[in-house]
Design a protein around this ligand. Structure first.
Ligand SMILES: Cc1ncc(COP(=O)(O)O)c(C=O)c1O
Length: 362
């Protein structure tokens, strides 16, 4: 069965985009050195700042990895010590990016996948001193785990004089992510809880972050250089390089639609959908990967499956329901279901029955 238009896209990014945001893209391209573009960028930045809740928002053309790498390479210098709180795949990638930058990376990991790193342990390590930064992923998309202790860790980091870097790629607008100046940099992307097409990403930064990136002894490559982006935004209202103009049209409209709902109500929508899944799916033999309920993510719910995930995912795909499987060693053991994007509530209400049926045919 062909279900290209009718598929329920439940992967944790990209997600279903509102038709109005799609239509907004079909406008003529403008020069990124024109007044029309400066107005578009100002509009997107102002709306993103409202979603973030604070900080100076820098807009990049590229997927979430670009925002995370730019944050890592613009706020940490070779030789600096960084503590990475890592819960899974994306924590590992963050640590790897910092290592490639030449940082001396130490990681703190939980005793088992799905458990959360003890915030007291992170604070104790930071108290030892000598760290230039602490870095963490707010929502670890591979496990459906949201590190809701991020703010507690950030307070300890502040006292220890360390900057706080947060990968909120799959968290922004779906979780209550602490904004700058509570933390120093928050990286995110267009194709997750903002429900815009993939291809744009952004970092909201604090004054302290702006100061650090302006004084680096060894600046990063130009495309990763947030100080350069900040300079162009500030001095000219533009981006340093050719931006994806049409994606900005779409993002601008996608942000309007979220702001009409209200940021808190938009977060609650993800929370409500996730809660429904966490409540309903265990009776079908699907157990949440995130052990403690308080760390279970709003934007992506991950479950251990009673049958190999390839079979369950294929059985769902035959019903035009697209979910993601686990990552790395959990690939065959886990399914991941997104609550992001412009799908109606009925999708989540009907999903448990659809999974029950799929399990019978898996
Ligand atoms: C937490 C997290 N960080 C980084 C990324 C990378 O984003 P992208 O695939 O847009 O480069 C993802 C993508 O799923 C993510 O979930």
């Amino acid at each position: 069965m062909a279900c290209v238009d009718g598929e329920w896209l439940l992967t944790p990014g990209p997600v279903a985009v509102h038709p109005e945001a799609l239509k907004a893209m079909a406008r003529q391209v403008v020069s990124h050195r024109s007044q029309a573009f400066r107005e578009l960028l100002a509009s997107v930045r102002e709306k993103l700042a409202r979603v973030y809740g604070g900080g100076e928002v820098l807009v990049l053309t590229g997927s979430g990895t670009l925002a995370v790498d730019s944050m890592a390479w613009s706020l940490v210098e070779p030789g600096e010590r960084v503590l990475v709180v890592s819960h899974g795949e994306f924590g590992g990638r963050l640590a790897e990016s910092l290592r490639r930058r030449g940082a001396v990376v130490e990681t703190l990991e939980p005793p088992e996948p799905g458990a959360a790193v003890d915030a007291g342990e992170v604070a104790a390590r930071l108290e030892q001193g000598g760290y230039a930064a602490v870095a963490m992923v707010y929502t670890e998309t591979s496990l459906g785990l949201s590190y809701r202790d991020a703010e507690t860790v950030a307070k300890a980091a502040r006292e220890a004089g360390a900057l706080v870097l947060v990968d909120a790629v799959s968290a922004l607008a779906g979780e209550r992510v602490p904004p700058p100046p509570l933390v120093d940099a928050v990286a995110s992307a267009s194709q997750k809880a903002l429900a815009a097409p993939p291809g744009l990403s952004f970092v909201a930064v604090s004054e302290a972050a702006l100061e650090k990136m302006a004084g680096l002894r060894s600046p990063p490559p130009p495309y990763l250089d947030l100080a350069k982006a900040a300079g162009f935004h500030r001095d000219r209202g533009e981006t340093p390089f050719t931006p994806a103009v049409n994606l900005l049209y779409a993002l601008d409209r996608a942000l309007d639609l979220i702001l009409e709902v209200g940021v808190e109500a938009w977060v609650e929508r993800h929370e409500r959908r996730a809660r429904l899944l966490y409540e309903q799916l265990p009776r079908l033999g699907l157990e949440p990967v995130a052990v403690e309920p308080r760390y279970r993510a709003n934007t992506v719910a991950a479950f251990y499956t009673p049958v190999p995930s390839s079979r369950l995912a294929a059985a769902l795909a035959r019903r035009c329901i697209r979910v993601a499987r686990g990552m790395g060693e959990l690939r065959e053991k886990v399914v991941r279901i997104s609550t992001m994007g412009w799908l109606g509530d009925e999708v989540y209400e009907q999903l448990p029955a659809a999974i029950e049926e799929a399990l019978r045919g898996a």
